[in-house]
Design a protein. Structure first.
Length: 128
């Protein structure tokens, strides 16, 4: 299946959503802060990120800090991004995320002998 080329407006919208995701994933907060997501008792819960220990430059009152880590390691579609709207810090985050996709997901695809999928992954996670 071939997808059409995104419009400038679609790329702008996608890029602003990505920028918000990057801000959330790059944030740090003190230990003891409640878990992110949506939960309904005895029904279901939704989480897109894990809460993991962070290593901030300053450790206020020795409390420790937490940050977010993506649960899935699936490439973010760079053809949907207007790279002119990204800061260098956001570009760095995206490139690091894609490096992790290649390293972790790529290793599993290689282990399974899925060369076509691995080739796709490498192609879709090139640095911007």
């Amino acid at each position: 299946m071939k997808f059409r080329t995104p419009t400038d407006y679609e790329k702008e919208c996608y890029t602003y959503v990505l920028k918000g995701q990057i801000v959330v994933c790059a944030s740090m907060f003190p230990n003891g802060t409640k878990e992110p997501g949506y939960y309904e008792d005895r029904s279901f819960g939704i989480r897109l990120v894990l809460v993991v220990p962070a290593k901030p430059e300053y450790n206020y009152r020795n409390r420790g800090s937490l940050t977010f880590e993506m649960i899935t390691l699936v490439p973010i579609q760079t053809k949907m991004i207007n790279t002119e709207l990204l800061t260098q810090k956001e570009r760095d985050w995206l490139n690091e995320y894609h490096r992790q996709c290649r390293e972790i997901t790529g290793a599993e695809l290689q282990r399974q002998g899925r060369k076509a999928a691995l080739d796709w992954l490498v192609r879709e996670t090139q640095p911007i």
